[in-house]
Design a binder for this molecule. Structure first.
Ligand code: ADP
Length: 429
């Protein structure tokens, strides 16, 4: 699936860039043709002007008009033309009647208007560039000079240019195709990652749901098939089914939570939350929980309020998740500390325990969904490996960050930083 999408992306990219390249090459070739023609025209015009000046000086020697028939204006057919690059030169009078010519015999009358033309020789072998120039003496039209040059040099230059294009365009197209393939790979990378992530998530979630479901089914089956009327045993089985169902419901709630709170929280759901008050409330509530009975829970909170913008319930859940973990993974007689202070424009919450700690190798993964350092122990304590993923998602949705420092046997410190509300920073919203 990914390879097909990558191929499609690469093909579309090559098609789009290839079309642009071909249009670009065509425009460049067209400009080159114009450039070459202009160069040829400049040369032809220069030669024609020189020849026209010669004609005028021959015709008006000593201000005396000379009889045209007897003046060698353009050289003669027997003698070569003074300029070897020219194919022919023709002199017409002001009534467009042919007077003299050199080279191919023309019509007696000038049939084309003035200016530049591209024509073929009579034998259709060579392309010629021809210019027909009206010649004036004292603002009076005295005749027309028509001169032509072969276009061989221009054709050769254009042929070389076409060869360069014929080689460079396919090479560039291949480079574009390779780039398209590479870019397709780069573009598919995040999609592939999120797809794999989703697949792993679905597989993990199904796996987590499968075990309690089988336990529920086997308990129910045993209850149905058993002939014992012992009400205590029946009650125990129902109790077990109830507990499994409760844990499944908590797992489903967690999964729904992770699916629902993706990305930043919308502005309308943000309110000013006093973290000092919130953490005090959590310590009071949590201290009475059975989970916290075996440890000493200490809170170090500032006397003044520390305000952040957020969702109070979500922040409550994030801190409770950390506290619950700290209590779960700290043996009897241990200590868990909840601290709050501010640092520049951040509110800093720290949950520190002196429990079992987390091995260094596991630290990069503990915020991943369903990741548990010790599967057996966590299953025993009922953890699905979603608590930290949920906490991280909550904190990131508040534009904050969560980090951990831990060493095995010494304990762990989880730190949350959240941006302080603008009011506290003395800013107006
Ligand atoms: P769980 O529900 O399994 O506790 P979490 O996502 O909350 O899932 O935590 C992931 C894993 O990180 C846990 O399985 C545990 O191994 C480890 N962990 C989290 N907090 C602590 C802690 N305070 N001390 C030691 N290990 C911890």
């Amino acid at each position: 699936m990914f390879n097909r999408s990558r191929r499609n992306l690469a093909s579309w990219f090559t098609l789009a860039m290839g079309s642009i390249l071909i249009i670009f090459a065509a425009v460049v070739y067209y400009l080159e043709v114009i450039d070459q023609l202009e160069e040829l025209d400049r040369l032809l015009y220069k030669k024609t002007i020189v020849m026209a000046a010669n004609v005028k000086s021959e015709l008006y020697k000593g201000e005396q008009q000379v009889d045209l028939e007897h003046v060698p204006l353009l050289g003669s057919r027997v003698q070569p033309l003074p300029d070897s690059q020219l194919v022919y030169a023709r002199w017409y009078d002001e009534k467009k009647q042919l007077v003299q010519f050199f080279g191919v015999a023309p019509h007696d009358r000038l049939s084309v208007p003035g200016g530049f033309d591209t024509i073929k020789t009579a034998d259709k072998q060579i392309w010629l560039r021809q210019v027909t120039l009206p010649v004036y003496q004292d603002n009076l039209l005295i005749g027309y000079l028509q001169v032509a040059m072969p276009m061989t040099s221009t054709e050769n230059a254009l042929a070389s240019f076409r060869l360069i294009l014929a080689i460079s365009v396919p090479i560039t197209l291949s480079v574009i195709a390779l780039t398209g393939w590479w870019l397709g790979g780069v573009a598919m990378q995040p999609i592939r990652h999120s797809y794999e992530h989703l697949q792993r998530f679905t597989a993990d979630a199904s796996h987590e749901l499968r075990s309690p479901l089988s336990a529920m089914i086997s308990n129910a089956q045993y209850g149905l098939l058993s002939r014992s009327d012992d009400p205590v045993a029946q009650r125990q089985r129902f109790q077990k089914i109830f507990e499994i169902a409760k844990s499944m419901s908590s797992l489903v709630n967690n999964l729904l939570f992770l699916a629902r709170y993706q990305g930043r929280l919308p502005n309308e759901s943000l309110q000013e939350v006093d973290l000092t008050g919130l953490l005090k409330q959590i310590t009071d509530e949590y201290g009475t929980q059975p989970e916290a009975q075996h440890i000493s829970l200490i809170s170090k909170l500032p006397t003044s309020s520390v305000d952040v913008l957020g969702d109070k319930l979500l922040l409550h859940q994030a801190v409770v998740n950390l506290l619950s973990n700290a209590c779960k993974y700290t043996p009897c007689g241990g200590q868990v500390q909840l601290q709050l202070h501010t640092q520049s424009r951040w509110a800093v919450i720290q949950v520190t325990d002196n429990g079992i700690g987390i091995p260094k190798a596991d630290l990069p993964y503990i915020f991943e969904r369903f990741y548990r350092v010790d599967k057996k122990r966590s299953r025993k304590t009922g953890g699905f490996g979603l608590g930290l993923a949920i906490t991280q998602q909550i904190i990131q949705s508040h534009s904050g960050e969560i980090s951990v420092k831990s060493s095995v046997g010494k304990g762990s410190t989880f730190q949350i930083i959240l941006p302080l509300a603008a009011k506290r920073l003395g800013m107006k919203c």
